[in-house]
Design a protein around this ligand. Structure first.
Ligand code: KG4
Ligand code: ZN
Length: 337
């Protein structure tokens, strides 16, 4: 039998990601983003993203193959994101995945985007423990998952945000206080000069009668907007940034650590663009250490949407002898776990 080599394809949002993984090792990957094309619309436009995926797909596959120093003929399975995500964007990736699987005569795995986010850390830190909790925090998601054996679909949604994602809140608050896009890194930088206790912003949904694994960041954003409106004189940008960032970090850390305790998990996996935030990382680290929880955070380039994470998940499925999907499998923009 030839060495397993999984080609992973990710197109759920504005990133065209391609990765090649063999037995838990990332051999090569490539990424194109249409983020700049969406900036003037103030958000990702699905049709614009789909067109960009169509243009970038074959070049990214070629680049990833070159970086991995393999040929398409060496690929033994294709994994592709089937959902959740923007429908037109998903369709392009799924069509490409089917075409490559058909052309190479290899099985196709249509996989869940969030399970891919959880699987990616295997590439950096080796096999996941029998069970863990995953906190996925990016511009698109804020989700808590209970993760068992990913190859057996043992992944359960504990909770999500009911409105804005954490990264979205960073981006919107940055705009409110005159910081550039993307807001997360800008707030992170500004906050270094500020006092996190200067303003007492709310920790949404952390009360005793609130749903424990549900997030909501739109009220926090409104609280910042109100504070800014009511403030006379020059805006203390570093203090607002630090206080807002503290509220997000505290909310994420509290819920994630409580979810680990509830699930009896001794490992927390944190992924997504917001995992790059110095205070989020610092506070989650601190609280995990205090609770005896091991924190696993993959390097940031694997934390954000990419093809390697989908290849990593496909590789787990292949190695567990999971039945592949038929070539007429449909995209599922609202896929649940
Ligand atoms: O995972 P990601 O790159 O993309 C998707 O959401 O698909 O996450 C991007 C989000 C943006 O909202 C950005 O502001 C946020 O991650 N982000 C940060 C930081 N770096 C990126 N948020 C807070 N602090 C950061 N240092
Ligand atoms: Zn994602």
């Amino acid at each position: 039998m030839s060495t397993p080599l999984v080609l992973g394809i990710e197109t759920s949002c504005d990133e065209t990601g391609v990765g090649l993984v063999s037995e838990g090792r990332l051999l090569g990957d490539a990424l194109a983003s249409s983020m700049e094309e969406h900036a003037r619309f103030g958000g990702v436009v699905p049709e614009v993203a789909a067109r960009a995926h169509l243009e970038a797909m074959a070049p990214m596959v070629r680049t990833a193959l070159q970086r991995a120093e393999v040929d398409l003929a060496d690929v033994t399975a294709v994994a592709v994101t089937a959902g959740p995500g923007l429908s037109p964007a998903l369709q392009v990736g799924l069509a490409a995945g089917k075409a490559y699987a058909l052309a190479a005569g290899v099985p196709l795995y249509a996989v869940h985007h969030l399970a891919g986010h959880a699987a990616v850390d295997v590439l950096e830190h080796g096999p996941l423990p029998e069970s863990c909790v995953a906190l996925i925090v990016s511009g698109g998601h804020t989700s808590l998952l209970s993760v068992g054996d990913l190859a057996r679909d043992e992944v359960v949604h504990l909770g999500d945000t009911v409105d804005d994602a954490a990264g979205e809140a960073f981006d919107k608050v940055a705009r409110l206080i005159g910081l550039p896009y993307p807001g997360g890194p800008a707030i992170d930088r500004a906050a270094r000069e500020g006092d996190p206790r200067a303003i007492a912003f709310p920790r949404p949904l952390t009360g005793p009668s609130d749903p424990p694994w549900t997030f909501s960041f739109s009220g926090l954003k409104t609280a910042v907007a109100r504070w800014v409106e009511a403030h006379d004189g020059p805006l203390p940008v570093p203090d607002v940034a630090a206080s807002f960032q503290e509220a997000v970090a505290d909310t994420l850390a509290r819920k994630a650590v409580a979810a680990c305790a509830d699930q009896g998990a001794d490992t927390l996996l944190m992924v997504g663009g917001v995992a790059a935030n110095s205070r989020v990382r610092g506070l989650v680290e601190e609280r995990c250490a205090a609770a005896g929880i091991t924190l696993r955070v993959p390097p940031i380039r694997l934390c954000t949407d990419n093809g390697a994470m989908i290849a990593a998940l496909g590789d787990l499925l292949v190695r567990a002898d999971v039945e592949p999907d038929p070539l007429d499998v449909a995209a599922d923009p609202r896929a649940r776990l």
